[in-house]
Design a binder for this molecule. Structure first.
Ligand code: DX5
Ligand code: ZN
Length: 223
């Protein structure tokens, strides 16, 4: 997968009462919109599901052209994959820690002709990727404990990104390494140098008044 843009704003930090204008404020500087789905069970917070994503997709498509990156922080994701496909997701990422049968779930996502991602919590070892890496389109490295926006980046995850980059070069050079949590101007360069390709940014974009500038400022550090 070739990326046109490297910042994926997370709508978790957007104002949902004014979603269209929030998306418009990004000034079409993004390829992917990151959608954080939380179930109050896998993570201690609840956000939204397929029905709301359908609305988000409709609102976003009326103001620009985006791909929808659904990050499922939920237990039993297999039961909902089809609904997230129908809602308009282009990438569906599931958590390794929520799965007993990782291969089955990844195959299920791919059976709908969607990009399949596997997310790893900060303390989950990279070895979980060993046999599945060739089947994945994306690995999502959690750089905070999932559940909330606005947390601080956990530094030891940099080593993990480096390790996954090495694995990717050997076994799946097209793999996208996405990082999620605590990405900001001050640390994006070191995350990029470690090997990340796609950067989720919630508070460091929607927390700023000028979102297009916030995205440019992040990109400027690495491009
Ligand atoms: C956290 C979510 C993130 C979150 C990132 O569980 O997966 O996508 O929105 O927010 P920031 O960029 O504020 O850390
Ligand atoms: Zn996320």
């Amino acid at each position: 997968m070739k990326l046109k843009k490297i910042i994926a704003p997370s709508l978790l930090s957007a104002d949902f009462s004014d979603l269209k204008n929030e998306i418009l404020s990004l000034d079409s500087k993004v390829e992917y919109l990151h959608l954080d789905v939380m179930d109050g069970s896998f993570v201690p917070n609840i956000t939204f599901g397929p029905l709301i994503i359908k609305g988000i997709v409709k609102a976003a498509n009326s103001v620009g052209s985006f791909k929808f990156d659904s990050h499922l922080m939920i237990n039993n994701p297999d039961n909902y994959i089809e609904s997230f496909v129908k809602a308009g997701s282009d990438i569906i990422t599931v958590h390794s820690e929520a799965l007993t049968h990782i291969d089955r779930t990844i195959s299920l996502i791919k059976s709908f002709d969607k990009k399949a991602g596997l997310a790893l919590n900060p303390a989950t070892p990279c070895s979980v990727l060993k046999y599945i890496i060739q089947k994945l389109d994306l690995v999502l490295v959690m750089t905070v404990n999932p559940g909330f926006g606005g947390q601080s980046f956990i530094d030891y995850t940099l080593q993990k990104i480096e390790r996954i980059k090495k694995m990717a070069l050997e076994y799946n050079p097209n793999l996208i390494i996405e990082v999620d949590g605590g990405v900001k101007k001050e640390n994006i360069k070191s995350i990029y140098d470690a090997g990340a390709d796609l950067f989720v940014a919630g508070s460091s974009v929607f927390g700023k008044t000028d979102r297009a500038k916030a995205i440019r400022d992040l990109e400027k550090e690495v491009l």
